[in-house]
Structure formats: structure tokens, C-alpha cells
Design a protein around this ligand. Structure first.
Ligand code: FES
Length: 150
């Protein structure tokens, strides 16, 4: 480090360049981590359900994305088990044929229509398509009406 009493233009420039290089070196590692991180990447809205779904089946849990599937005589359907009150995950109780929300007690019927509690709307349905191999392709980003069958 130069003597403060002998600050020359060259000494100031060397010190400035050293600071710039040090700042660059400290920035590289976090920048590389940020650019290679998978955390910020959006998850695909597509969910595949590979198990056999019998006709007139009850609701089956299709994924960790709160998606449930069911098949009736008209086709397949998919429901997202997220409470329409404040977004808690609702649980299906096959013995009661009801969906129950553990947060504030909303109860939905088997088709996801609210029957008691603060939930204002029906559980969301999303698009589902029966593939040639028998699996289901569910698009959680595409909401559909209750009458929709894939
Ligand atoms: S979040 Fe389900 S009842 Fe409030």
C-alpha cells in the first residue's frame, strides 16, 4: 500500500484496479450459483397419472401437486384439492364421499361443491386427457368446468 503522503496517480489507479478485480472475483461465485440454480425454474403444469383407473372409480390421488383423478361412464376428470377459501389442501374422505378442509372446516361434496363452511366456490377442475397407452395427461394450468371429461 502506498504511503498516503505519496499518493501518485499511478498508485491510485493500481488501487482502483485491485478493487475492481476483487469485487469481480467476489461476484463470480454467487452469479454462477444463481445462473445454475434449479430453484427458480417453474415446474411444469403437466402431471402424468400412470395407474389404471377403473370406470366409476372413486377419486384417486394423482400427484404431489394436489391433483386427484376419477373416471365415470362419460370419461376421466381431474380436480385440484385446494380449498377455495384460503388455499389449504383439502382431504378426501371416501367413507363420507366428502372433501374436508382442515383449516377452517369447509366441507365439499364428492364432486367438490361446497356444502358448508366459508369456502365460496367449487374445487377447481383441470383439463385431463386419456392417452393411447391408458395413462392420463393432466394440465393443472388449464381450468375447466365440472362437466368436462377427457
Ligand atoms: S382454507 Fe379451507 S376453509 Fe379456510
Amino acid at each position: 500500500m502506498p504511503d498516503p503522503l505519496k499518493w501518485t496517480r499511478r498508485a491510485v489507479l493500481r488501487l482502483a484496479w485491485g478493487g475492481i478485480i476483487a469485487a469481480g472475483a467476489l461476484t463470480i461465485e454467487p452469479l454462477v450459483k444463481y445462473l445454475t440454480s434449479q430453484e427458480d425454474h417453474r415446474q411444469s403444469p403437466l402431471v402424468v397419472y400412470n395407474k389404471l383407473l377403473n370406470q366409476n372409480s372413486d377419486w384417486q390421488d394423482a400427484s404431489k401437486a394436489r391433483v386427484w383423478v376419477k373416471r365415470d361412464s362419460l370419461g376421466v376428470m381431474a380436480l385440484v384439492a385446494t380449498c377455495t377459501h384460503l388455499g389449504c389442501e383439502v382431504n378426501y374422505h371416501p367413507e363420507k364421499k366428502e372433501w374436508l378442509c382442515p383449516c377452517h372446516g369447509s366441507v365439499y361434496d364428492v364432486e367438490g361443491r361446497p356444502i358448508s363452511g366459508p369456502a365460496p366456490k367449487t374445487l377447481p377442475r383441470v383439463a385431463v386427457e386419456l392417452q393411447a397407452d391408458g395413462s392420463l395427461m393432466i394440465n393443472t394450468a388449464k381450468q375447466v368446468g365440472m362437466e368436462f371429461r377427457g
